[in-house]
Ligand binder design. Structure first.
Ligand SMILES: *Cc1c(COP(=O)(O)O)cnc(C)c1O
Length: 372
């Protein structure tokens, strides 16, 4: 396999090269588990046929075992990205009208949870239960102003733009709150194990850590399937999706296939406990390099720094473009920061090897020594 540059994109993001090679190999003629050739590429198959049925079933069961998803949760393959779930969640959880649970609570810790709060306000009352200062930390759960009888409590457990991550999930029940916890885990799904006892619903767009854009994973607890508002579209209704194996309409078949190959790759890597250890080591190495540098800095409270997305900045901001140019020359791609923050951002998703992080660190040291 040809050597490729290290790609630090925040999303759509780098895929494991092994997975891309397998997909290339199977592009014209997909073989089933027994090696029998189908004569078709995956994107040319009927979603109702035997072949795609096999792909979907395998993706679903591999995801369940990889993520240790309990049986009383449904795994749904949807479209619309993480952003569509900002509307689809309240459409599904803020009814039924007979006993309206119209208020939902939001803990705002960055750009993505701020968006979720705004969108949910179109479908019910969206209440800001807490907001962090400058999106550099996470307000202590004891300070959250949770509503009585809320339909759900929403967190973005990894803020992709601001680089803030919940390293553990809050125990809402232990805080006297009966509402289900909804997490937007788009940018750290499958980077570490999940404590499902604390979760009612989790959603994630695939293009950060799982596969191509166009696929969204939703994991939803059985008892939350029947709370939809009457206006909830059938193709976005969790109960309908659960009942029809995610095939109320044509699902994003190629995305499901690619994510399925990524699940198999993750299982071969030793599963999430092993992946988490690697992710901790990669993030630790980069944050150490930033913190010991006189040129680069990261403003996030070390207690809640993201392992996946590391925004960082030069104390001489005018040198940022020169650094990006040196990085591209050294085979380090897509390190430009989000447009709302500027600076730099290194995304260290599962497909990024430690070698890529070490190469970045070497370049930072070299740049600081010679060009700052
Ligand atoms: C990328 C991202 C989204 C939005 O994903 P789209 O697929 O563009 O809708 C939402 N939430 C988080 C945390 C993200 O990282």
């Amino acid at each position: 396999m040809a050597v490729r540059p290290f790609n630090f994109s925040a999303g759509p993001a780098a895929m494991p090269a092994e997975v891309l090679a397998q997909a290339a190999d199977e592009m014209l003629d997909w073989p089933d588990a027994s090696g029998q050739r189908s004569g078709m590429g995956v994107m040319e198959m009927s979603h109702r046929g035997r072949e795609f049925g096999e792909i979907l079933a395998r993706a679903q069961s591999d995801f369940r075992s990889l993520m240790a998803v309990p049986e009383h949760f449904h795994i749904l393959f949807m479209q619309g990205g993480g952003a569509a779930q900002n509307a689809i969640v309240p459409l599904n959880l803020c009814g039924p009208s007979a006993h309206i649970r119209a208020t939902s609570d939001f803990v705002v810790t960055g750009g993505w949870s701020a968006k979720s709060l705004l969108e949910a306000g179109k479908y019910g009352k969206a209440h800001e239960a807490a907001r962090s200062t400058a999106f550099h930390d996470i307000p202590d759960p004891s300070s959250w102003r949770l509503s009585d009888g809320a339909a759900y409590v929403h967190l973005c457990t990894n803020e992709t733009i601001h680089g803030v991550e919940f390293h553990s999930l809050p125990d809402l029940a232990g805080m006297g709150c009966n509402a289900p916890l909804v997490i937007d885990c788009s940018s750290h799904i499958a980077s570490r194990p999940v404590d499902w006892t604390r979760v009612g619903l989790a959603y994630a767009g695939a293009q950060k850590n799982l596969g191509p854009a166009g696929l969204t994973l939703v994991v939803v607890r059985e008892d939350l399937l029947d709370r939809a508002l009457p206006a909830c579209p059938s193709v976005f209704h969790y109960r309908e999706l659960a009942r029809n194996d995610s095939m109320v309409n044509t699902p994003p078949t190629f995305g499901i296939y690619m994510a399925g190959l990524v699940f198999q790759w993750l299982l071969r890597q030793g599963g999430l406990a092993a992946i988490e250890q690697r992710n901790i080591a990669k993030a630790q190495a980069l944050y150490d390099a930033i913190d010991t540098s006189a040129l680069f800095y990261n403003p996030v409270n070390p207690a809640c720094r993201s392992r996946m997305n590391v925004p960082f900045f030069l104390r001489a901001p005018a040198r940022t473009d020169a650094f990006l140019a040196s990085a591209a020359d050294a085979g380090l791609l897509q390190l430009k920061g989000h447009k709302s923050l500027g600076g730099l951002r290194a995304s260290l998703y599962n497909a990024m090897p430690m070698e890529g992080v070490q190469t970045l660190i070497s370049l930072m040291r070299e740049f600081e020594r010679t060009q700052a």
